[in-house]
Design a protein around this ligand. Structure first.
Ligand code: MN
Length: 441
């Protein structure tokens, strides 16, 4: 991963809110999404988050700034593609197009840009926007890349053998469902399902063990033809970028149904992602070595490379906050309940992509991969309530005095993520908020 002028920490924007230390969206981030003015019947279109604003790419293309001197033709074409919602066409254009547009946007939004006045008319406040899904998502696959999560969950079901033998050899995953993926703000009724509820035979009813899962989502850029593997060295060229992902899970449904196949109704009722996709370009300064304990087996050759070992992991802080109905009514801030980091993942994004295609499975542009719940080595870094409360046995006590074993009706769950490094501006992912409504009668 190369650093270029777009990562220069000295760069500031003519938009003051992009230069504040707390913003998720400084000039060095430039994530892509799909939006329109809230409550309007406008068409959704592509935008870039900058400070507390969105640069409307459709409007910006119309001003002609991308045709001005100093903007590469590749950036002009990329801007036209990124202005259209959903972003599949832009995602398919590949890393050269993404980087060309990033460079053009960095120069246009930079302090001293000759295009400031033209672009000021293309800003929409994030507080006045609503978001769409950034891509048409054909397929969704959820991995299981945190060994801490896999071990903690495995221990609840198999105390004597928490981690199954395949875990250290391949990135485990299941195929999820794309129809119920929603963008931040998603609300859904508590799912019904079959479960064992203390009686010999299963009963049907609302889930009593509804949980969140703290994950990142990975959007696929160019896909691969059926039958053709993506080698590890090429894997990241197929990755457009990352978002937040909450893989809501009904643990009681999951425990009863997933014998022996993988998650079904315990997972497929809702998945919430954040509206902004942070590109691998933006994440380049936050790469860290990918390491695993010396006693663990080395990965098979197709999953191993010097590049992965040198910088395959990414240092991304992750956080879950919970706000009950009572807290919301009292105006109390959401309370942090989980805090972890993606650098603890046992498998890298490149390894997940490569393994996914090992058998010739074709990924398509706009496909979404979940990283799996990202729990860290410490107990408080657990990325789900299942782990935090030891399967519901030890309730969490919130500052409001309320207790939680699993999610209650009305609960709002907010995922956030950000990267920091000394000397660099902090870049963030925004938020993925979802809310549990009462079960349908
Ligand atoms: Mn999951």
């Amino acid at each position: 991963m190369m650093l270029d002028e777009t990562h220069d920490p000295r760069l500031g924007s003519w938009l003051e809110s992009a230069n504040t230390p707390a913003t998720d969206f400084p000039l060095q981030n430039l994530p892509f999404g799909v939006f329109r003015r809230a409550g309007s019947d406008e068409s959704f279109r592509g935008g870039v988050a900058i400070g507390d604003q969105i640069l409307d790419l459709s409007a910006a293309v119309r001003t002609g700034v991308f045709g001005a001197g100093g903007v590469a033709p590749a950036a002009f074409q990329a801007a036209e593609a990124a202005a259209v919602a959903p972003l599949n066409g832009f995602m398919a254009a590949g890393a050269h197009a993404w980087s060309a547009l990033r460079l053009a946007l960095s120069r246009l939004l930079r302090l001293g840009s000759a295009q400031e006045m033209a672009l000021r008319g293309c800003l929409v406040a994030q507080s006045q926007a609503e978001y769409g899904l950034p891509a048409h998502i054909g397929d969704y696959t959820d991995f299981y890349s945190s060994i801490y999560h896999a071990t903690a969950v495995g221990r609840l079901f198999r105390p004597d053998q928490p981690l199954l033998p395949n875990y250290r050899w391949l990135p485990v995953a299941y195929h999820g469902r794309s129809s119920s993926i929603g963008v931040s703000g998603q609300q859904f009724p508590r799912p019904y399902g079959q479960a064992l509820r203390g009686e010999p035979a299963p009963t049907v009813g609302p889930s009593q063990r509804l949980d969140y899962e703290l994950e990142l989502g990975v959007f696929i850029g160019p896909g691969n033809p059926p039958g053709h593997r993506i080698p590890l060295a090429a894997a990241e060229r197929h990755v457009f970028g990352l978002c937040l992902l909450n893989d809501w899970s009904a643990r009681d449904l999951q425990a009863w149904e997933a014998q022996p196949l993988g998650p079904f109704q315990g997972k497929n009722f809702a998945t919430t992602i954040s509206p902004w996709i942070v590109t691998l370009d933006a994440l380049a300064p936050y790469r860290v070595p990918w390491e695993r304990p010396a006693q663990d087996p080395a990965p098979l050759a197709y999953l191993d490379s010097a590049d992965v070992r040198a910088a395959g992991a990414i240092d991304i802080e992750l956080e879950v906050r919970l706000q009950s109905n009572l807290m919301h009514a009292r105006g109390e801030e959401p309370e942090p309940v989980s805090r972890s980091n993606f650098k603890h993942a046992y498998w890298t994004i490149a390894q997940m992509v490569t393994h996914h295609t090992l058998n010739g499975c074709n990924l398509r542009t706009g496909d979404l991969l979940g990283t799996g719940t990202q729990s860290g080595p410490q107990p408080e870094q657990a990325g789900s309530l299942l782990e935090l409360t030891h399967g519901g046995k030890q309730p969490l006590t919130l500052a409001s005095g309320e207790q939680r074993r699993f999610l209650e009706d009305g609960d709002r769950v907010s995922l956030r993520a950000w990267c920091t490094r000394p000397g660099l501006p902090r870049i963030g992912f925004g938020e993925a908020i979802g809310r549990v409504l009462p079960a349908e009668a």
